[in-house]
Design a protein around this ligand. Sequence first.
Ligand code: ZN
Ligand code: ZN
Length: 351
Amino acid sequence: MITNADVSEALFQLAESHPAGDLRFALLRTAYAVFDHPRELSGSRRLPESAALEVLPALAMLRSCRTPDALSAAAHRLAGPNGLRGSSSREGFLTAAEVERTVASPTSPDPRCLRGAAHWHTRASDGAGTLESMARACVRRGAMWAVVTDHTRGLACVNGLDAEGVALQNRSVRAWNHRHGEELWLLQGLEAEILDDGRLDLPRAARSGVLLIASVHTDLADRRDQTGRLLRAIEEPGVWALGHPRGRLFARRSGVRANWEVVFAAAAAAGVLIEINGFPRRQDLDPALLGLARDVGCRFLLASDAHHTRHLAFDETAIALAAHGGVPVSAIVNFEPLDHLASARPDLALP
Ligand SMILES: [Zn+2]
Ligand SMILES: [Zn+2]
């Protein structure tokens, strides 16, 4: 069967085969539309609404192909002067249709059994919702506990929280728990910057009682090996999880280079969780590296990286990645009750 993954990849390659201009832009827009379409196009009569009109005939031709050979022949007929080429920046990503299919299959971890909603942002940094509205949306999704992780005021986020902002949010978290803690227990986290030398942009004194996700947001196009930077970050006191470890972005960049086996072994030894970031353009880690992390004994945190209430559903993309990477439910903290977190972190405020 020809899938949306095949058709959208053909469209990306076609777009890049043409010089910059309207046609290239229309092909790119349609490639993203197919990638994000929640149902497989083959066998369905509807095309994605955001597909560009001027390339609908090309899309119709590609999706009517029955075999990879036929698809490749059709793409070559449509190709522009630059020729067709794949890109590592698009490898190891799941289309929206693959995510839907995966989480519905009986071998996938069941999204209905998720207890913890982790890694999401509010207006206090670069999110769109208030703490309250995001927490209510977590309740609607069936979560029992949730971790807000706004950005710290690092190099890459001017809107991040400073010490005063952290204290202010802590008061709101406590107020929520006082009123609604039996429904959903909120925990305060922070998404801190891993600086270029591997240290974090947050003083040690500010890390107690906070679930810290350490993430790379800078030097992501640097082709040098960054194992040392990540190892240093893992050793930093108070780190709970390594956020979107590769820092990759779909169709844009492949992210940092590192000796991942060494990084994962260090995380496993230090008890630092490896994040599975389900934001569809991130999908970080990818299934192949997840398998490697699982094999060296890592434990995992599913993250929606939501910047809006409707993004909280991206934890299903993270579940699909876990399923493809062979990560068992028993290795994912989001499926555990709150008191399991408590045993590892006596500094947390718990019910
Ligand atoms: Zn981030
Ligand atoms: Zn984030």
